[in-house]
Design a protein. Structure first.
Length: 447
């Protein structure tokens, strides 16, 4: 039996499904806040300025993003020491419960400042759990399949999962909006959307019953004893440089994601704007485009290499993303078909750029450090990228100023992404085979 076959799970489909669905549902939970930014700003963070109210909502989103690296370190340690499967059950259940609890927070009118305090506490706890999600979904799926399909899985789980999560949020938004039209959505509809987050908790039961542990974590057929590598190995010697570059790439990719697909619900509702019904359709179509684009770019990285694929899309995006943002603003809400096409092109290019990122991070670390290395790099990078929408709102004196700020931040984020990718080696094919064996080709646990 070949080493590649020995690494495959006996039920790889269940592992892949759990990884894709887990990351999708957890991003679905995060996306809900972006879809109800307006009602949340009115009910939880009331203010006399529309842009400040939206900035406060994105600030609460940033709180969750900021907490993700801590969750990555905490649950990544657990995933590296105790296994991917059991950790996934805990973190997915935690995300689902905390998201549903947000729908129970009383309004500012009812309890005053306690409302935003409670909401922010829940965002903090959710951020810890979401950080832990990446330690499991971003390792279990790629470790359970043959090497030929890891690029495709990277796109499907990492970037495609984001698109699927956004698509699920769009469907939920459309359905709930129809059930609670007009002012009813501002009163009750936004709460029902948060209750939908319980789907993540339900999925954790599937993981518990149907998913096998990663064969790479178990050491393949050899079933070698666990070898603990301390967390400090990530931040000393060669590991420090590896981590720094990984974070920079993730930050550039994450900013492209948050400033396009992540900011789009607000852009189409508060800035352009597009009528409610058509807005939901555009968001759903854009999310589906992301899934296809991410899978295609991930597969391309299996043929061209991770570095060349990310660099190619990055160079394209340096010009394309600011231009497409300008085009959406110029088209305005009256030319919905044009806006739809431009939005789909925007999210396709932005999310294709970082589609190979997940497997690239996997290949940068040995199995004993992979959950922590991948999760910490991903979450620290996406934390930095996730702060950019807040700065876009804060630096926009009026809603009409948002598109120009978006274009500037997109150019800057893509420049960071390209610079960091130029500084890293190619990693394709260097996923380490299992515990106790040689670490990944481009990483050493020795200082």
């Amino acid at each position: 039996m070949t080493s590649d076959t020995a690494q495959r799970s006996k039920s790889p489909r269940a592992a892949v499904f759990a990884s894709v669905a887990g990351w999708s549902f957890d991003l679905f939970d995060l996306f809900l806040l972006l879809y109800v930014a307006g009602p949340i700003s009115k009910n939880i963070f009331p203010t006399s300025s529309p842009t400040l109210g939206i900035a406060a909502v994105f600030g609460s989103f940033a709180v969750t993003v900021i907490m993700r690296p801590a969750g990555a370190a905490l649950f990544g340690e657990l995933a590296d020491r105790k296994g991917r499967k059991g950790t996934m059950v805990y973190v997915m259940g935690g995300v689902g419960v905390t998201t549903a609890a947000m729908g129970l927070v009383p309004t500012y009118a009812a309890v005053g400042v306690l409302a935003p305090v409670l909401f922010l506490i829940l965002r903090v706890v959710q951020g810890l759990f979401v950080g832990g999600v990446t330690a499991t979904t971003h390792t279990l799926g790629t470790e359970s399949i043959g090497s030929r399909w890891r690029g495709l899985m990277s796109g499907l789980i990492g970037a495609g999962g984001a698109g699927l999560g956004a698509a699920l949020a769009s469907v939920a938004y459309i359905v709930v909006l129809a059930a609670f039209p007009g002012s009813a959505f501002d009163v009750w509809g936004w709460r029902v959307l948060f209750f939908c987050g319980l789907a993540s908790a339900v999925l954790s039961l599937f993981v518990l019953r149907k998913v096998e542990e990663s064969p790479a974590w178990e050491g393949g057929e050899a079933r070698e004893a666990p070898k603990h590598v301390p967390f400090r190995e990530l931040v000393r010697g060669r590991g420090k440089k590896v981590l720094g570059l990984n974070i920079a790439i993730a930050a550039g990719g994450g900013a492209q994601y948050y400033l396009t697909l992540g900011y789009m619900p607000t852009l189409l509702s508060e800035v352009v704007p597009v009528p409610v019904g058509r807005r939901g359709v555009i968001l759903l179509a854009s999310s589906l485009v992301v899934i296809a684009a991410a899978m295609g770019a991930g597969e391309l990285s299996e043929r061209l290499g991770r570095r060349r694929t990310m660099l190619g899309f990055g160079l394209c995006n340096l010009v394309a993303l600011p231009v497409l943002t300008w085009g959406i603003d110029r088209a305005g809400g009256g030319r919905v078909a044009v806006v739809a096409v431009l939005c789909m092109l925007l999210v396709m290019l932005a999310n294709a750029a970082y589609a190979p990122l997940m497997i690239f991070l996997n290949e940068r670390y040995p199995t004993e450090l992979r959950a922590r290395g991948t999760a910490v790099s991903w979450n620290l990078g996406f934390m930095l990228g996730g702060l950019t929408p807040t700065f876009v709102s804060l630096l926009s004196p009026d809603l009409a100023d948002v598109p120009s700020r978006l274009a500037i931040f997109l150019f800057g984020a893509t420049s960071v992404f390209i610079t960091a990718v130029l500084a890293v080696p190619e990693t394709r094919g260097s996923l380490s085979p299992g515990r106790g064996r040689e670490p990944a080709r481009h990483y050493s646990t020795r200082s």
